[in-house]
Ligand binder design. Sequence first.
Ligand SMILES: Cc1cc2nc3c(=O)[nH]c(=O)nc-3n(C[C@H](O)[C@H](O)[C@H](O)COP(=O)(O)OP(=O)(O)OC[C@H]3O[C@@H](n4cnc5c(N)ncnc54)[C@H](O)[C@@H]3O)c2cc1C
Length: 370
Amino acid sequence: MAEDLLVVGAGVAGLALARALALRGRPWTLVERRAAPADDEGLGLNLPGNAVAALAALGLADEVLARGVRVRRREYRTASGRLLFAVDEERFWAAGHPSVCVHRGDLLEVLRAGVDGDVRWGDAVESVQGGVADARVTFASGDVGTYGLVVGADGVRSRVRGAVGAEVPRPSAMTRSSWRFVVPNPGVECWTAWSGAGGTLLLIPVDTERVYGYASSTRRGTDATGESWLRTAFAGFPATARAAVDAALDGGGALYPAPVDEVRCERWGRGRVVLVGDAVHATGPVWAQGAALALEDAVVLAGLLDGDDWSGVGDGLRRLRGERVAHVQSMTDRMSRLAGLPGLLRDVLAPVLGPRTFAATYGPLREPVA
Ligand SMILES: Cc1cc2nc3c(=O)[nH]c(=O)nc-3n(C[C@H](O)[C@H](O)[C@H](O)COP(=O)(O)OP(=O)(O)OC[C@H]3O[C@@H](n4cnc5c(N)ncnc54)[C@H](O)[C@@H]3O)c2cc1C
């Protein structure tokens, strides 16, 4: 029936939207190309206070906080380990919700448990044709359906995006590729990033025994796709940092290469098709806002769908969300430029510009979206 609502993708955005709609009594169908819940347990996610605020709006913040490790303090260091500046995150977010680092699988599990409805696993959307009054969807299984609204929550390589506009992902301003891993904690007490000429390494405690690691080059031209890059880029870093990288390379935990692509769309929707999350604004992980913005989108879009007129939902969502997303994108570019400066200059500027940029980035995000 044409008033049905189809959500495409059971990732962070899709599951959060299903939860938000269910809380409002709005029925939906969710379709996910994977045959079963994602096997993503090996990865971590840094969820700043605004992500936890969105989870609170979904009634899920306490459960996610209970599974993760609070991010109370950040330290930005040079490649030799010298402290450039630190941020008291606990104090920064004190008036709202704290920051946390969790296993990605834990976040997805909490979101899934909060969703009771029609989830179709193991079928992919092949194409969407949006019209004024409905949208026609073709599935990989051969099924065809007509819906009153199709929500593309299908990530950075979105199929649904084709029905909205022609934007394609592009490499982030800072780097083309990265490595993510979870390994035994080599003695890291808080969110710690070390930056050198070769790259940046971030380690965050993700549970009582392990750290989530993220390693990338800070210059887009560098080919950081091979394990040999990971082995050499951090060779001169402090022993704690090296120990984590070595453990990842030696098979001491999960290790995943990941391209770092961005999407910047002029349009968020067209007719009866709308995009949320990475599908419309995948952003380099400089400020850890990918999952956060996806969660916020879900909360805001569910509110927009309260009424019965779903025409122009994409424009409505962009009106409500565009400024906040553009802010994150522009602060991502600013930090990417700082990270890409020659080492000596960066190390001189960082103690002054770093704390200011942190406050300028996250300050506006302390305003709740709902
Ligand atoms: C290296 C790296 C590190 C990151 N670190 C952080 C971090 O610390 N904090 C943070 O907040 N964010 C981080 N992010 C970003 C974050 O992971 C994403 O922004 C977030 O997962 C976006 O959620 P989403 O639901 O939009 O997309 P996804 O989580 O990608 O979900 C999309 C879903 O759609 C499904 N799908 C795709 N195509 C189809 C189709 N045709 N039919 C049906 N289903 C389909 C997929 O299988 C998937 O389940 C990081 C990203 C990268 C690359």
